[in-house]
Design a protein. Structure first.
Length: 326
């Protein structure tokens, strides 16, 4: 089964019978799908539906908001989406990466790469009559097997008003306990280019990044894109995470932002990269406690009539506590 077919199953289960199964995707959906950010159909008047961001099959439990933004300073807020993280102080890019790698070597982590990923993403709940929006976090657990079978469970987070400043401070992601997707994946249905456990050498980790789309002589953005795809399927060991940071350290176009608190209340350092087409920036979040990659947030940078400038259009948080994803 292709990723698109599996995503259709997820979206159908998460939002059944609201859109005809044979309906063709709209232009915005096709545009977003081609950028690995898939969309659902537009909301209809006087009805409510959830829109969210997805990056491949693992994050497909939330349908995607279509969003394009203009270039604005980091930290500028846009109504209707989560507030940008506010960074301050901090080290240089090289120092940030060195600190993370030192922390990785000094803290415990998985003994081997795991086929279990717990993550948090977000969506917008849009009232079709009033246009009022609420940010709705989504908490997802993917467990899969070597035969490409598995199970994906998505739990709805507690919604909050994106214009409420107090709601955008500290740990803004919490579970409502409501399961929105509980999907059994049959053998052979999960589409990943790397189904087998791999080691922690530079050669092995680089080969996996290449399998997930990293080209020869990659830019910082291309390393981040491949690492993000890999982390959708695998929870890495600390040694493997350190190798990913080694690859990122050798790439061009990586900017240190300083330190902040992420949307799960964790202390993190930020590194920003610009996509190769200049359309978006990605901020990689490194835990100050573990050194691990615990999140990526995206802001689009090209003006479009779909959304106001400066909006955060996606985030994915990893290493989410098991107790929260319930």
């Amino acid at each position: 089964m292709t990723d698109d077919a599996l995503i259709e199953r997820v979206l159908t289960q998460a939002d059944p019978a609201r859109t005809p199964r044979d309906a063709k995707p709209d232009a915005a959906a096709e545009w977003t799908r081609d950028r690995i950010i898939r969309t659902a159909a537009k909301p209809r008047p006087r009805r409510r539906r959830a829109l969210g961001w997805a990056s491949g099959v693992v994050m497909a439990a939330a349908a995607a908001v279509v969003a394009v933004a203009v270039l604005v300073p980091q930290g500028a807020a846009v109504a209707g989406s989560p507030a940008p993280l506010d960074f301050s102080g901090g080290e240089s890019t090289a120092e940030t990466l060195d600190t993370a790698r030192s922390t990785l070597s000094a803290t415990p982590g998985p003994a081997e790469p795991e086929r279990v990923v717990r993550s948090a993403t977000w969506g917008l709940d849009i009232n079709g009559s009033t246009g009022a929006t609420k940010v709705v976090p989504q908490l997802t657990t993917l467990r899969w097997e070597p035969d490409l079978s598995g199970r994906m469970v998505s739990v709805r987070g507690v919604p909050y008003d994106p214009t409420d400043a107090s709601a955008n401070i500290g740990a803004e992601i919490s579970s409502s306990g409501e399961v929105t997707v509980d999907l059994s994946i049959e053998p052979g249905q999960l589409g990943t280019p790397v189904p087998d456990v791999f080691g922690d050498s530079r050669e092995e980790v680089s080969a996996v990044l290449t399998a997930f789309g990293m080209p020869t002589d990659p830019t910082g953005s291309e390393v981040v894109a491949a690492a993000t795809a890999m982390l959708e399927y695998w929870t890495l060991t600390n040694a493997q995470e350190s190798q990913v940071l080694d690859v990122l350290a050798e790439a061009d176009g990586v900017e240190a932002l300083g330190a902040t608190t992420d949307r799960l209340g964790r202390q993190v350092a930020g590194l920003r990269v610009i996509t190769s087409d200049g359309a978006a920036s990605d901020v990689v979040l490194l835990s100050l406690d573990t050194g691990r990659i615990v999140g990526v947030e995206r802001t689009n940078l090209i003006a479009n009539d779909l959304i106001a400038g400066g909006a955060i259009i996606s985030y994915t948080m990893w290493d989410v506590d098991e107790e929260l994803v319930r």
